[in-house]
Design a binder for this molecule. Structure first.
Ligand code: ADP
Ligand code: ADP
Length: 231
C-alpha cells in the first residue's frame, strides 16, 4: 500500500519554466523506489516536492496534489518542520557539521527540542547501526565527523536522517561522489533500510537502480514514462 501518492503534479520554476508536466505516481511503503532518467528530466525536482524543499525557491509554483499517509502535504495547515521530520533527506554531497560524530547524529533531535541524554545515546547507537557505521565509529563518537572518509560521512548522513524516526528517506544521488568501494557499502546500507523505512532514491546510474531498488520510475522531460518492479 502506498505511503506517498502523487496526483497530477506540475512544478514550475520562476518564470513559469515547467519542470514536471503532470506526474501520477505512488510510492509503496517499506520499499526502495528509484527515480531514474537523463539529466534534467526532473528527478531532483520531484524528490524535492516530496518534502517541500522546493518551497525554498522564491517564485516557483506547484499544482496537483501529494499525500503522505493520506494527508495533503501542500495543505494550508501543513507543518513543514513536522513534514521534514517524517520525510528525511540525504544529499549528494554529504554535509556533516564540524562537530562530533555523536552531535551530527542527534542534530535533528536537538532541533526538535529534545534534551534527554539517554534518548540521545539510544538513538545514536540505533541509527549508526541501521546505517552500518556503528562498528567503525563506536569508539570515536566524540571525534570530529570531518575525520571520516567520504563513504563513512555519507552513512553518517543516513544515520542523521534515521535518528528522528522518519517514515520516508529521500536520497539525491547519494553515491555520486563516492569511490566504488564506498558506493557498495552505501548500497548495502540502503537495501537493509527497506525493512524499516520507505526509501526514494534519485540516481542517474541504471545499474545502481537495478541493484538497490524494488520499483523503478523512469522520467523523461518532466513526464513519468515508465513505472514498475525493478527487473
Ligand atoms: P534532474 O534531477 O533529472 O537532473 P532537475 O529536477 O534538476 O532534473 O531539473 C529539471 C529541469 O528543471 C531542468 O530543465 C533544469 O534545468 C530545471 N531546473 C532545475 N532547477 C532549477 C532552478 N532552480 N531554476 C530553474 N530551473 C531549474
Ligand atoms: P542535479 O544534480 O539535480 O541534476 P544540476 O547540476 O542540474 O542538479 O543543478 C545544480 C543546481 O542548479 C540545482 O540547485 C538546480 O536547482 C540548479 N539549476 C539547474 N538548472 C537550472 C536552471 N535552468 N536555472 C537555474 N538553476 C538551475
Amino acid at each position: 500500500n502506498p505511503i506517498i501518492q502523487v496526483n497530477n503534479l506540475k512544478f514550475f520554476y520562476p518564470g513559469d519554466a515547467r519542470a514536471l508536466h503532470g506526474i501520477d505516481l505512488s510510492f509503496p511503503e517499506k520499499n526502495v523506489t528509484a527515480l531514474i532518467g537523463p539529466s534534467g528530466c526532473g528527478k531532483s525536482t520531484l524528490l524535492r516536492c516530496l518534502n517541500r524543499m522546493n518551497d525554498l525557491i522564491d517564485g516557483c509554483r506547484v499544482e496537483g496534489e501529494i499525500t503522505l499517509e493520506g494527508e495533503n502535504i501542500y495543505g494550508k495547515n501543513t507543518d513543514i518542520i513536522e513534514l521534514r521530520r517524517r520525510v528525511g533527506m540525504v544529499f549528494q554531497k554529504s554535509n556533516p557539521f564540524p562537530k562530533s560524530i555523536y552531535e551530527n547524529v542527534i542534530y535533528g533531535l536537538r532541533i526538535a527540542g529534545e534534551k534527554d541524554k539517554k534518548l540521545f545515546d539510544e538513538r545514536v547507537e540505533k541509527s549508526l547501526k541501521a546505517a552500518a557505521l556503528w562498528d567503525e565509529v563506536k569508539d570515536r563518537l566524540q571525534e570530529s565527523a570531518l575525520g571520516l572518509s567520504g563513504g563513512q560521512m555519507q552513512r553518517l548522513c543516513i544515520a542523521r536522517a534515521i535518528a528522528v524516526n522518519p517514515k520516508v528517506i529521500l536520497m539525491d544521488e547519494p553515491c555520486s561522489a563516492l569511490d566504488p568501494k564506498s558506493t557498495a557499502r552505501v548500497e548495502e546500507t540502503i537495501k537493509d533500510l527497506r525493512d524499516d523505512f520507505t526509501i526514494i532514491i534519485v540516481t542517474h546510474n541504471m545499474q545502481q537502480a537495478a541493484r538497490v531498488s524494488d520499483h523503478t520510475a523512469f522520467l523523461f522531460e518532466g513526464n513519468l514514462i515508465e513505472y514498475g518492479l525493478t527487473d
